[in-house]
Design a protein around this ligand. Structure first.
Ligand code: ADP
Length: 484
């Protein structure tokens, strides 16, 4: 698929340190999850390269910080336009290495680019404050300054957007960055870095270290231990988030963490059922269920349970599984064999505990999984506690509003949640009661660049996107001016 790029020079396989493309002393393979075929071998960088990238970012920081917000705005905007001008090629690279359908991949390019556009605009609005004085001989001010060298570690499920959502606010604020993209999807990241170079982002301001699984762990340790790195932003599993937090304790690092979810999707008796089915489809089966905001547990009230299950199962059966480049396909392969096994484990466990398959459930070849719905799900099933991260939807039955709220909140996670209701009182009661960072009400897809994305409880720290998304990349400095 990569032979068809309009601009073949976007296919970068070396890493970027201080404006130089670095081949690394070893290489690792990147595969197409749809075919299992090798796509490229990529520079495999290790701890010494990480130290070099951090030093480059530190050296580049003073000049980047000294630019005005408007100057950084202009460069970032150029990057945004280049990302959009190469939407097709970036989408092609993404589908090839990640598997998501081509239309969805192009959608992610637009979504990923939108963070660059948004934070380019915000670069001009890093406003300080003046505060009322506590005696008339003084004046009090607060200024915002870039935090310094930032490290970003990103996952494979959104190979572009998870990078831009971290890097764009960091650069806009006047920070420099070192990025370690997921080992399964480095090609999209490297293409985006090439466009950053073309946009005129100076050498050392944006560095990108591709690394295999083992080196990712080693590079992560270097980031955490470094006194120069002031901030780490990570999106991925809660398990790795905990490791990074523990490793960062000795250097008291500031952190932004977007970790796992276990999203409830609740359908009340008074919901518009067709709209609820449509929302559930979008929330559950986007990216073949591989997003941290995908509905993981569907709770449907007794009175509409059977009708919902019937309509939902019919829609799920109509989904088309296959290679993301094939027309009409809306379910690509899962990212790796372990992801397929997790879905199979959740399905087998649900069936052993009384679940009833109403759509899918038949094993497929390779890394493809048939979109599956299991009715009569119960709280003792694995899928009630763990994030499946695949195209598997368990549907639980409930009777009262309180029962649904209690079940929804019965998890250590708190990222996205969804519910469908037309009752305004219920909408406020349930919105307030859900222990989640985000609530979709009569909406199954809620993320966009100008809203605060993030979780509570063990789903993470901080918010990405929106004007709040800049907060993690600036420090407040209080000035107290006396002898007026
Ligand atoms: P996922 O469940 O999305 O695969 P992971 O948390 O395993 O999430 O991986 C997300 C990112 O974290 C990837 O870039 C991966 O290389 C990186 N990673 C995994 N383990 C570690 C670790 N121990 N230290 C630093 N980075 C890690």
């Amino acid at each position: 698929p990569l032979a068809l790029l309009n601009d073949p020079s976007l296919l970068k396989t070396d890493a970027l340190i201080n404006g130089q493309w670095v081949p690394g002393s070893s290489r690792f393979d990147v595969h197409d999850p749809a075919t299992g075929l090798k796509l490229a071998d990529v520079a495999n960088l290790g701890p010494a390269d990480a130290e070099a990238a951090i030093a480059a970012a530190n050296a580049a920081w003073p000049a980047w910080r000294a630019k005005t917000g408007k100057e950084r705005h202009a460069i970032l905007l150029k990057w945004f336009h280049l990302l959009m001008a190469h939407q097709e090629d970036l989408g092609r690279i993404m589908t090839a290495e990640q598997g998501k359908p081509f239309a969805e991949a192009k959608g992610e390019v637009a979504y990923g680019a939108s963070f660059v556009e948004w934070f380019a605009e915000e670069a001009k609005r890093v406003n300080g404050e003046t505060l009322p004085q506590f005696d008339n001989n003084r004046r009090l001010m607060v200024m915002k300054q870039p935090i310094g060298v930032c490290a970003a570690i990103t996952p494979w499920n959104f190979p572009l957007a998870m990078i831009t959502r971290k890097v764009a606010p960091a650069l806009a604020a006047g920070c420099t960055v070192v990025i370690k993209p997921a080992e399964l999807t480095p090609l999209t990241a490297l293409a985006a870095a090439e466009l950053a170079v073309r946009a005129g982002i100076p050498a050392g301001v944006l560095n990108l270290l591709s690394a295999d699984g083992d080196n990712s762990i080693a590079v992560g340790k270097v980031f955490c231990a470094s006194d120069i790195v002031r901030h780490i932003s990570f999106t991925g599993s809660t398990e790795v988030g905990r490791i990074l937090m523990a490793q960062s304790a000795p250097t008291v690092k500031k952190m932004s963490l977007e970790l796992g979810g276990n999203a409830p999707f609740i359908v009340f008796d008074d919901a518009d059922l067709d709209s609820a089915v449509e929302g559930a489809m979008a929330s559950k089966y986007r990216n073949a269920g591989q997003t941290c905001v995908c509905a993981n547990r569907l709770y449907v009230q007794d009175g509409v349970y059977d009708a919902f299950v019937e309509k939902f199962a019919a829609k799920v059966k109509a989904l088309k599984v296959g290679n993301g480049f094939t027309d009409g396909v809306n379910q690509g392969p899962l990212i790796e064999p372990a992801a397929v096994q997790k879905v199979q484990r959740h399905l087998a466990d649900a069936l052993a505990k009384g679940g009833r398959v109403v759509a899918g459930g038949t094993p497929l070849e390779g890394q493809f999984v048939e979109p599956t719905v299991v009715a009569d799900a119960t709280a003792d099933m694995l899928c009630a506690r763990e994030e499946t991260f695949g195209p598997f939807a368990p549907v639980f039955r409930f009777k009262t509003e309180q029962e649904a709220i209690d079940a929804a909140n019965n998890t250590e996670f708190g990222l996205a949640s969804y519910f469908y209701s037309r009752d305004v009182g219920r909408i406020f009661r349930v919105s307030e009661a859900l222990e989640y960072g985000m609530v979709g009400i009569n909406a199954g897809v809620i993320a966009t660049e100008h809203v605060p994305f993030g979780g509570v409880k063990q789903s993470g720290l901080g918010r990405e996107g929106s004007h709040h998304g800049m907060d993690d990349y600036v420090e407040l400095k209080y000035l107290c001016l006396g002898d007026i």
